[in-house]
Design a protein around this ligand. Sequence first.
Ligand code: 5AD
Ligand code: SF4
Length: 445
Amino acid sequence: MTAKKLYLRSFGCQMNDYDSARIVDLMREKCGYERLDAPEQADLVVIVTCSIREKAQEKTFSDLGRIREIKKERPDMMIAVGGCVASQEGKNILRRAPWVDVVFGPQTLHRLPALLEKRLQTGRSQVDVTFPEIEKFDHLPAPRCEGATAFVSVMEGCSKYCSYCVVPYTRGEEISRPLMDVLVECAQLAAQGVKEITLLGQNVNAYQGKGVDGKEVGFALLLEYVSEIAGIERIRYTTSHPKEFSDRLIAAYGKLPKLANHVHLPVQSGSDTILTAMKRGYTHDWYLDRIAKLRAVRPDICIATDFIVGFPGETQEDFDETMRLIEEVGFDASFSFVYSKRPGTPAADLPDDTPQEVKLKRLQHLQAVIEANANKIANAMLGQVERCLVFDHARRGEGMLSARTDNNRVVNFVGDASLIGQMVDVRITEVFPHSLGGELVQKEG
Ligand code: 5AD
Ligand code: SF4
């Protein structure tokens, strides 16, 4: 019998990428599905959706329209919708797209095989977007990794309720996996050859997992434990919250050399008025203080962030405060977007009279300044020897490999394919807009 075929498409954040990889594993191990790169021959199409901004949400429905055309030719094909739009919209998805067979949420993805089965038995579309706490991790196959990098989810959800954000409603409140579960998973991955682990969570530094003695363990201590695992050479995490960027976490940068020299710490705005309206729980100066303390222990750490430009009520003065913060911190990169009104969030009711063109102009200006700074940082790397993890063949160039520096930049260089998955030293020789060029210095002995 030929294997059934699965086509999966994932939008949005790394949590969705992580969930998607788990869905592929689950459907392969429990139901024998093989993954395809295109939907035309699929028996099952899974769309993992994102609702963080309106544009992302609308992609779900345009995608579903396209899949419907294929289903007309393949009536037995099943369509499942997961992720945050599914969680938020639930049954409404079936109203807008009645050809969908199963709607599941971020916390019920492990139930997908049973939901598909029930769909077949009853002939009715199935919806399960409940939040059965952390049950999902107990029902997923052990992670299989390909290559030397892996993601490990340590906590889920968010209890911050920033006034613009849907995440607490779509993914639920913060919930952490027990310490031992995380450590066992990391150790299993290390045993399979993983050298770099990225700990994942919506607010990963809010981690509060149960330790072996039943007492809660915070994120800084978790990092210390992961750092003890033999074979793991580099640890990253994403994404963190300034409010929980504790002194203990900062101190970890002083004592754990495996912690990457790069942090993603979303600030959203540099204006105290806007930060209050966003319910972020910190000020411009608090953020600066965290960065100063971090740089005191890791002077050359690179800092990436997120900005929302044009939040309701943002004046030119507020925006100037954001630009001042950018100047003060010298960010290395940012994910920045114009504010998108999300139904059901408190900010959706705020008056917003800044014209969209003004918001777009602000965004472009902000992005140009950060890009220039990123360039400056890259140029300062010229001539330096960087410890890099080789992750793949380069997308372009015969005999070229791609590796990631400690400060999270991609560097391409000539090297033998046997180096993929190894840590190597690369001298930086060229700077391109979004990558670096280099030459191999030596292979790990
Ligand atoms: N509009 C624009 N950007 C948003 N983000 C979250 N909600 C919104 C919204 N309503 C951004 C924040 C967050 C990132 C994941 O998405 O910057 O850090
Ligand atoms: Fe959304 Fe704020 Fe939670 Fe981040 S911290 S997921 S922006 S509510």
